[in-house]
Design a protein around this ligand. Sequence first.
Ligand SMILES: [Zn+2]
Ligand SMILES: [Zn+2]
Length: 236
Amino acid sequence: MKTWTTNNKIRITRVLSGRSNSFVVNDNTLSILVDTGPEFMRNTLLRNLRVLDIKNIHYLILTHSHFDHAANADIIRDLFGAKVLIHKSEANYLRKGENVMIKGTKKFSGFLVSKFGKRLLETLKFDPCPADIEFETDGKLFIPETKIKIIHTPGHTEGSISVIIDDEVALTGDAMIGVSKNHIMPPFGNDINKIINSWGKLLETDCKWFLPSHGSANARELVGKEYVRYRNLQEM
Ligand SMILES: [Zn+2]
Ligand SMILES: [Zn+2]
């Protein structure tokens, strides 16, 4: 499992990779899981958490309510006693095991969504899970003694959030993707302008690495380049 360690010795371990990423953040005795992957990755997730000898998960942070991020939330809450945190505007979806509707950000993905999106997302319902903490304040320190902060990064969905660790590493959910050397725009999202503004917000941190839920880590340089490129397109 790939790991990152910040200057203040906070360790980030990628416990799921491939179809969807999921990360465990360890700060001294505190364990936080960010996203849980889709249901078919459940056994891998549980096995990898066992390999890491994780017995308690204090918080499960869900970047948003989509099946490929939240489908294993309820079981993690049950097995590890995790308090589940999600943005206020998506708590009701999670409680019902439903996906927030999205549009396409590109021609082809837009076509796919308009043709199959609604029905597909309805068939991809997942185990409902109550939220213990509904996040709404922007820029608030998550736990006072930690250097882990949650910020609101809407656009993919209205309630999308990112986790900023030690001002060095950001876990961005679907606010960007990491599947190409030159592009970070997710194929699906409700509001391109909000996505771009969220990149701006992420760049206001000092993070060097931006770890999306799909694909590999994006360096700050690429995120900066994409931000400028899309800002210029917006102004045209
Ligand atoms: Zn999503
Ligand atoms: Zn996703």
